[in-house]
Design a protein around this ligand. Structure first.
Ligand SMILES: [Zn+2]
Length: 282
């Protein structure tokens, strides 16, 4: 189809940021750093290769995800431990912070809660930046590898996709049946995954993660959390996922508890203040 005469003019319009963040509540990273300095390790979990593990973190504690044995991507889900309906909302997190998360960015919960669930406080892959392909690390654009899309594209059955791994972990931790748990698994933070969109077709791409043993990302837990982390069957996601072909490694989760006095002036964030009326007669 022939473009209109003013096509170039229309394309030349400068973009504006959808959600300017000047008024977004900022985390007090200095306070968090001071609290972390005196924190003691209180828990450890391992997500085995091609499987997931559930873990608990209290508000005011820190949790660290570490690559231990070899390049490995993790798919992270978070729920409010006291209300599993409140869960991580990757789409709004992406709209607020961009396609990939770094230090100071937060994992926000869905409507009507819309509050920070966790804040990134450390990231040993922060040096990576944006590569020549537009790839960056720790995305909130991918959804999670799942057996339904895999079946759609290949006709095969595979039970160790991140979606199924997270389902088993949540089912075990919360005492839910498979169908209920699967319905509560949600779009993830792709920990350590290196991804972007192709410039020509706009397709979601992945490439081998730059993560190496010892690398970690760490979060401050803003509310009481139930988390689940899947060690993706794609391993470093350099070639494929949803199969047993890739080299796969475990991921470690550690929890650190600060001295309560260090957070005496800190308050867990309240739920979003919108009235909930939606313009309907009250
Ligand atoms: Zn996966």
């Amino acid at each position: 189809m022939r473009p209109p005469d003013d096509a170039d003019t229309r394309r030349a319009i400068a973009p504006v940021i959808c959600y300017p963040t000047e008024t977004l509540p900022r985390p007090d990273l200095a306070l968090y750093a001071a609290a972390r300095a005196g924190a003691e390790k209180t828990g450890e979990w391992i997500a085995p290769p091609r499987d997931a593990v559930a873990f608990e973190v209290a508000a005011g504690e820190f949790f660290r995800i570490t690559c231990t044995d070899g390049p490995q991507v993790g798919d992270l889900n978070l729920w409010n431990r006291h209300d599993l309906q409140e869960r991580f909302y990757s789409g709004k997190t992406r709209a607020l912070h961009g396609s990939h998360l770094g230090i100071g960015d937060r994992m926000w919960s869905g409507f009507p809660h819309l509050r920070p669930m966790a804040t990134v406080v450390a990231d040993t892959l922060g040096w990576y930046g944006t590569d020549a392909f537009g790839g960056r690390v720790h995305d909130v654009i991918g959804t999670r590898c799942d057996p339904h899309t895999h079946h759609l594209l290949s006709g095969e059955e595979y039970h160790h996709c991140c979606h199924s791994n997270l389902t088993r972990a949540l089912a075990g931790a919360a005492g839910l049946d498979a169908e209920t748990a699967a319905g509560m698994v949600h779009d993830v933070l792709n920990v350590f995954m290196c991804t972007g969109f192709t410039r020509d077709t706009g397709q979601y791409f992945m490439k081998a993660s730059p993560v190496r043993p010892g690398d970690h990302i760490e979060f401050f837990s803003e509310i009481d959390l139930l988390g689940a982390l899947s060690a993706c069957p794609g391993g470093d996601c350099g070639a494929e996922h949803s199969s047993d072909a890739a080299a796969c490694h475990p991921l470690k989760i550690e929890v650190f508890r600060p001295d309560p006095k260090a957070l005496a002036d800190w308050q867990s964030p309240e739920r979003n203040g919108y009235s909930g009326g939606h313009g309907l007669p009250g």
